[in-house]
Design a protein around this ligand. Structure first.
Ligand code: ATP
Ligand code: MG
Length: 585
């Protein structure tokens, strides 16, 4: 007997169940008994870093497994050795973990190369596959078009014996790259071009990052992907919409090989200590995540890195998970974005402000507050004695006491933000003017008595007085005053490099190639500006990757690579408000 009711009574309400069409299918499959437990996988190709689009797939694959008590594997789809690299294999694992997920089992398509090979021999024996000698160009000619059927390869009717012999010799490395392929024998007249005798194997004498020189032939994506899912007993194979047309081939491979009922094909797995979990998977497609003001094509991201248009894969302006992380995006903010975008079959482009809004909402609730001055102007309080030093106590968050308090130094010499002072104020100005008053956040009201200028007439310093009656705890502390500004103790503030990032592209659709332009022509020239500012000691001392709201300035993160307590470096993650919408785009 369980008596857990009382223990549960104080638990927070469970978040509302998600109702998207994929989860509906999973629910039905569990309710009907089609599956007793579900299994999903996230199958990246290790040919680049993960980007924000992958976050959607990761949250869906791992999220569904977690919500329904199932398992999710991380499987490297490593069937294209030329472009793959162990650096990416490692980075992808780091990124998935950083997003907050962990895999039931880490697999590689290459773990199954021997199984795939035996399955191919089975297809040959069944008369479902043949070795074809047509060149790549000839294959294209024979394939036909969307409106015209293709023609059968002259090698289509080879005997099983000849096919087996040739395929084994392909594997033995007897033929040069591209000389032959193994093709599925399906239907050259099919309306779906993917079914026109697609290649299952090609010859490619390239070393593989996982299997070395063991294989001179490599399986094609559709074949390896469908069988990989079957080997792992994936129940719901979730992928993006462009694979919808590949589903008939996916099903063909799964059904013809029938791994679930072919234990003899799985012997190589068992020999490697992997369990027999084979079952028939089902592919379900959902729409990709697209975000404006950004590019997500791996080809373009690679080119931007290689051509130094950005400072590497983790440049804080990049849409890679490494870049977003360095920019200050939190895992929670990305999961929130994915939740807000939802899962459907409708392709759409999400506005960049939705991404920024998710970060802002997460950081508004969770980031401790600090003060920083980006463009400093000295303000001397002449009615305080030379060497005057105080320590004030500030709460770290206006709405969350659990974030505690910190000490903020205060003295006779302050830094204020240059833009908080105007000699000739515009209409409606609430901040400092000559002879005017302003509240220093948490410290009292000051008046500007004197403006010190250099020979060129530039303002170099302000001198003024602090109203002692307006200090916190004093009678006049609540005296009405129009403006409040942030400030730092100039004697104890820490000089900091402040990197002011903005969107990498200045147009909504950087992929727009009209008028002979490319994405390179759409780069935002103001996407990175570095200034020397100051931060309070309690910000300088933070560990790398700590996020703060710098009051009145924006959300910032201590740079993951370069920040040191003695030499702080902060990246602007996002402003306090959306300034792009106001520009009228
Ligand atoms: P490639 O051009 O190299 O195939 P890819 O973006 O498809 O690039 P994969 O590593 O194959 O990269 O993707 C792994 C998984 O992430 C796939 O299931 C894919 O459908 C999914 N995925 C990729 N891009 C997006 C996106 N923009 N939105 C949602 N899911 C995505
Ligand atoms: Mg892909």
């Amino acid at each position: 007997m369980s008596h857990s009711i009382a223990a549960d009574a104080g638990a927070p309400a469970a978040p509302a169940e998600k109702q998207d069409f994929v989860r509906q299918i999973v629910r039905q499959d569990l309710a009907s008994g089609k599956h007793v437990a579900i299994r999903t996988r996230f199958p990246p190709e290790p040919n680049g870093y993960l980007h924000i689009g992958h976050a959607k797939a990761i949250c869906l694959d791992f999220g569904i497994a977690a919500e329904f008590g199932g398992l999710c594997n991380l499987r490297f789809d490593d069937t294209n050795p030329e472009k793959e690299h162990p650096e990416f294999v490692q980075a992808i694992q780091d990124d998935v973990r950083w997003l907050g997920f962990d895999w039931a089992s880490l697999r590689h398509a290459s773990d199954y190369f021997e199984v795939f090979y035996l399955a191919a021999e089975k297809l040959i024996v069944q008369g479902d596959a043949f070795v074809c000698d047509l060149s790549a160009e000839q294959v294209r000619e024979y394939r036909g078009t969307l409106t015209e059927p293709g023609r059968n390869s002259p090698y289509r009717e080879r005997s099983v014996e000849e096919n087996l012999d040739l395929f084994r010799r392909m594997r033995a490395g007897e033929f040069p790259d591209g000389a032959r392929t193994l093709r599925a024998k399906i239907d050259m007249a099919s309306g779906n071009i993917n079914l026109r005798d697609p290649a299952l194997y090609r010859i490619k004498k390239v070393a593989h990052q996982n299997t070395g020189d063991a294989w001179p032939i490599y399986p094609m994506y559709d074949y390896a992907h469908s069988l990989g899912d079957a080997v792992e007993g994936i129940t719901h194979s979730l992928c993006t919409l462009e694979f919808e047309d590949h589903r008939p081939l996916y099903d063909w491979c799964v059904d013809k090989v029938d791994l679930a009922n072919s234990p003899e094909l799985l012997a190589p797995l068992l020999a490697r200590g992997l369990p027999n979990e084979a079952a028939k998977p089902r592919q379900i497609e959902f729409s990709r995540l697209n975000i404006n003001y950004t590019v997500m094509s791996k080809r373009k991201l690679v080119a931007m890195v290689n051509d130094n248009l950005v400072d590497g894969w983790d440049d804080p302006r990049m849409p890679t998970l490494q870049g977003l992380r360095r920019r200050g995006y939190t895992p929670a903010s990305l999961r929130l974005l994915v939740d807000r975008v939802g899962i459907s079959k409708q392709n759409s482009v999400i506005d960049f402000s939705v991404l920024e809004g998710a970060l802002r909402d997460d950081l508004d609730a969770h980031a401790p507050r600090r003060m920083a001055v980006v463009e400093p102007l000295k303000f001397v309080l002449t009615n305080l004695p030379e060497g005057h030093a105080e320590t004030l106590v500030f709460s770290n968050h206006p709405k969350d006491e659990s974030l505690g308090t910190r000490e903020v130094p205060f003295s006779r010499e302050l830094w204020i933000e240059r833009e908080d002072f105007a000699e000739v104020p515009p209409k409606g100005w609430k901040r400092l003017v000559p002879g005017g008053e302003v509240r220093l956040r948490g410290a009292g009201i000051v008046r500007c008595d004197e403006v010190v200028k250099d020979a060129d007439g530039n303002v170099v310093e302000l001198r003024g007085t602090l109203d002692p009656e307006s200090r916190p705890g004093m009678e006049g502390a609540n005296r009405k005053i129009k403006g409040t500004i942030h400030w730092l103790d100039a004697t104890r503030a820490v000089a900091a490099e402040i990197r002011l990032y903005d969107r990498l592209f200045s147009v909504a659709d950087p992929d727009d190639e009209s008028e002979g332009k490319t994405y390179r022509d759409h780069l935002n020239p103001d996407s990175r500006r570095v200034v020397q500012g100051y931060v309070e000691p309690a910000a300088a001392a933070a560990a790398p990757e700590t996020c703060f709201q710098f009051e009145r300035t924006g959300y910032f993160v201590a740079d993951r690579r370069d920040h040191r307590a003695g030499a702080p470096v902060f990246n602007r993650s996002v402003g306090l408000r959306d300034t792009w919408m106001q520009k009228g785009d």
